[in-house]
Design a binder for this molecule. Sequence first.
Ligand SMILES: [Zn+2]
Length: 426
Amino acid sequence: MTDSATDGLFKIIDARREELVELARALIRFPTVNPPGEAYQPCAEFIGRRLGARGFNVEYVRAIGTPGDSERYPRINVIARREGNRPGPCVHFNSHIDVVQTGAGWSMDPFAAVLKDGKVYGRGACDMKGGLAASIIAVEALLDSHDHLPGALEISGTVDEESGGYGGVHYLAERGWFSQPRVDHVIIPEPLNVDRVCIGHRGVWWAEIETHGRMAHGSMPFLGDCAVRHMHAFIDRLERDLYPRLAARTTDMPVVPSGAKHSTMNINSIHGGQAETSGYPAPCVADSCRVVIDRRLLIEESIEGVKGEMRALLEQLVEERAGFTYELRDIFEVPPTMADRNGPVARSTAAAIQRVLGRPAEFICSPGTYDQKHIDRVGRLRDCIAYGPGILDLAHQPDEYVLVEDMVNSAKVMAMAAHSLLHGAA
Ligand SMILES: [Zn+2]
C-alpha cells in the first residue's frame, strides 16, 4: 500500500472512533459468562447480522456434544467470510466471545459497558471484546477503502476459550475451519498490549495427585494413617526439591512477564479428609487427600519429561516413607507453541505497529495458553499470532477496561497487516 493509501485507510478508522467504541460496548453488554456459557447465541447473531449486512457469508456452527453444550446453553460459533474479487490468501481474525465470571470488587455494573475518561469498562472489555470490535472495524475500513481486494477475509466469534476452547476453536479446527487451503494467516486479538506481537505460549500440564490413608477415630490417630500428613510430606518435597529446580530453569522464549521465563507450578487446590457437615468437623483420620497442580512448561521442556520428573519425586516418597501410596491423574495438557517471528503474519503485524505507533514491535510469548494451540496442533496452521489492544494485566480483573486509543491504534495495525497479507507482501 502506498503511503497515501495507508493514510486514507487510517483516516477512515479515525472517523469511526465513536462507532468502534459503541461496537465494543454493544458486545460487552452480552453477558457471555463461561461457565455456564450465557448469551452465546444472541452475541454470535449480533456479530453475524453486522457482517452479513457487509456482504459476508455468515455461518453458525453449534459444537454439539462438547463440554457444557445443551439446549439451554448451546455452544454457538459464528464464522463470517468475504471473498475478494481475485484469488489470494485468506486472513482470519479469531476472537473468543466468552468471558470469565465477574467476581467481586467491581465499582460498577460489569455489563453496563461504562465509557469514562477514554476507557470502556466491563467484563470482557480487555479480554477480548475490545479486540473483536477493533478487528471488525479494521476489516470494514479495509473493504471501504479498497474496491478490489484479493483473497478472502474472515472474522470469527468463538466460544469457550476460557474453558479450553473445546466447543470453539478446537471443534472448528477439527472440521477444517482453521486449515489451509481455507485459511492462511490468523490473528487472534487477545489482550497482549497494543505494541506487542505474541508468537506463542508456554505449555501446560494439569494433574491431580491423591495420597491415600486409612480412616480411624480422630482420638486414636495411631490406629489409622493420615492422608493429609502424606500430602504434607509430598508438598514439603516440592518446596525443598522441585521448586528450586523450576526456578533455575530459564527459556529462550520471549515470555512476559519475566517471572514466567522460568518453569512454574501452581498448586490450584487441596482437598483432604471428610467434609464438614453443618459446620461440624468429622472426628476422623483422613483417608484421602488430593491436590490439583498447574505446571507450566517452557519450549525447552517436554510434557513427558515434566510428568516423569513428578513421578520420580512421588516414587522416591514411596521408597522413603512408610505407608505412602499415591495416584497421579492427568487432567489436561498442551505442549508449548511458538510461531516463526519471521513468518508473514508476525512480520506484517510488526511492520504495521512500527508504522502506526512509530516504535518497533516487541515479540513476546504468553505465560498461559490461548486458542493458538488448537490452530497450531489441530488445524496444522503455523502462521498464527495473537495481537490485540487490551492490557494483559487487566484480563480477568475487576474493573477491567480497554483504552479507546488502543482500540483505534490496533484497528489500524490489523487493517494494514491484513492488507499486506492479502497481497502477499509480508
Ligand atoms: Zn482471552
